[in-house]
Ligand binder design. Structure first.
Ligand SMILES: C[S@@+](CC[C@H](N)C(=O)[O-])C[C@H]1O[C@@H](n2cnc3c(N)ncnc32)[C@H](O)[C@@H]1O
Length: 453
């Protein structure tokens, strides 16, 4: 008798598995909005960070569902697109970087905002921005195809949810009147886009040359801008001719709170458990926006804030606090080089013992020797109750398995549960910003690695 034929096992196709992830995640999001009777923010409407529907997006189950959909949709595209089309669309992404930078620098979002949802014709956008109508058509159509801006009728454009995030919150005629003040007092989102489109974009182009020429300059920014070997990004920014770049950078760091997980600041540390009047020191503070968010979340704690940064940047921080929280009188500003001993010691200030030192987006910029020096100076200044809060991203590997020996395994909470199969374990497209940041910063020894900065 012939042996029974093995039963055929039905294998779910990856497309079906991805579709199921999308479908169950959409159900979860719909349920959250329906049960709270809130509309989901529309792609066609401008972004309003204070709309109740926006707050719901950061509720953990909604955020997790959205993350799964983003990863699954991108993976579905990778499955379906012709493979070389997928590769060329990545190779051509530089046009998108240029287009978004042009849009921000020409204040297109404000020009469109002032006209409302009916849209503005290309010739009018050209006359207000001073750019060529032909170029604007290319830029706006490329971006609108990526869902940034909308072409509502042929040649007529308006803002949408994504493009409106570039808004500096000032009418176009105000921006045009004083171009050097364009970014002052803004959310930092446009500053981040413009910093990315200038220093990062140009350095990124030079990264290829640095990689192919291991004996030559390995810091791409130096190749791109002809910066001397002993000058860092921050020293270069300190040159008088780079004053605007330096101020834009400080403002741009503010903008990173929205491209990062902005709630991470409150999820990782219990600021509310600190004693009232505690002294918090932000080391390398930039604008000082990090502790401003803490002060706004816990006003009754009346924290004493010290913002420390290099000369010049600290002036930007003063302006930032004066514009955004003018009534707070428990904030001070100190010019301090964090590679030198920390002046806010217990011994130096009887009353104002530093309860917390904050380092946000500092450690990733420095090779190990300097990173150790920064930490040692803080340790030497710390009292028995002083805590150190470091805000950085842990960089997961893309694959699923961990054998318990990676650096992340020894940091509690650093290993996150993998995304559901068949998604990439790191969430794929939904986690891409961490790897972009890793390409941008120079956390490793520049003598051993090719770096952007
Ligand atoms: C990536 S930014 C982060 C700024 C801020 N912590 C934030 O998250 O918005 C790095 C900051 O370090 C500052 N910085 C660079 N070198 C420094 C030094 N030697 N001493 C003090 N601050 C420095 C820069 O001016 C800049 O504001």
């Amino acid at each position: 008798m012939a042996a029974p034929r093995p039963k055929r096992r039905y294998l779910e196709s990856p497309l079906r598995a991805l579709l199921n992830i999308i479908s169950t995640s959409v159900d979860a999001i719909d349920a959250a909005y329906t049960s709270t009777n809130l509309p989901h923010p529309s792609l066609d409407a401008p972004y309003d960070p204070h709309a109740p529907g926006e707050a719901l997006r950061s509720v953990p189950r909604v955020a997790a569902a959205a993350k799964n959909i983003i990863g699954a949709a991108a993976q579905m595209i990778a499955e379906l697109e012709h493979p070389f089309q997928g590769v060329t669309s990545t190779a051509y992404a530089f046009h998108q970087a240029a287009a978004i930078s042009i849009a921000s620098q020409l204040d297109l979002s404000e020009i469109l905002h002032d006209a409302g949802p009916s849209g503005v014709a290309l010739d009018e956008i050209a006359s207000k921005s001073g750019a060529s109508e032909v170029l604007l058509a290319k830029v706006l159509r490329l971006l609108a195809t990526q869902h940034i801006f909308r072409e509502v009728k042929p040649g007529l454009f308006t803002n949408n949810r994504l493009s409106s995030t570039l808004s500096k919150g000032k009418p176009h005629y105000v921006l045009a009147r004083s171009p050097e003040e364009r970014l002052v007092g803004t959310s930092g989102r446009a500053a981040l886009i413009e910093f990315t489109g200038d220093e990062c974009f140009k350095a990124s182009a030079a990264l290829v040359d640095a990689a192919l020429d291991p004996k030559g300059e390995q810091i791409a920014l130096k190749r791109a801008f002809g910066i001397g070997p002993s000058e860092s990004l921050f020293q270069w920014h300190a040159r008088p001719e780079n004053k605007a770049r330096k101020e834009r950078f400080a403002c741009a760091m503010q903008g990173t709170t929205e491209s990062d997980n902005s709630e991470g600041l409150f999820q990782g540390f219990e600021w509310g458990s600190l004693p009232h009047g505690a002294s918090l020191v932000d080391v390398g503070s930039g604008t000082g926006g990090t502790l401003m968010r803490v002060v706004k979340r816990y006003p009754e704690h009346k924290f004493r804030i010290v913002n420390q940064d290099l000369d010049g940047v600290i002036e930007t921080a003063k302006r930032y606090w004066k514009t955004n929280l003018p009534t707070y009188d428990r904030v001070s500003f100190q010019t301090h080089d964090f590679l030198t001993p920390q002046p806010q010691t217990c011994a130096a200030t009887n009353y104002d013992k530093p309860r917390v030192f904050v380092l946000r987006h500092i450690m990733h910029n420095w090779p190990s020797a300097q990173a150790r020096a920064i930490l040692r100076h803080l340790r030497a200044a710390a009292g028995s109750e002083t805590q150190l809060v470091v805000l950085e991203s842990a960089l997961p590997v893309v694959c699923r398995e961990s054998d318990g020996t990676s650096d992340h395994d020894i940091v509690p909470g650093a290993v996150r549960p993998p995304a559901p199969r068949p998604l990439l374990a790191n969430g794929g497209r939904a986690s891409a910003s961490i790897y972009r940041m890793d390409m941008t910063v120079s956390k490793q020894d520049p003598s051993l690695h090719v770096n952007l900065f």
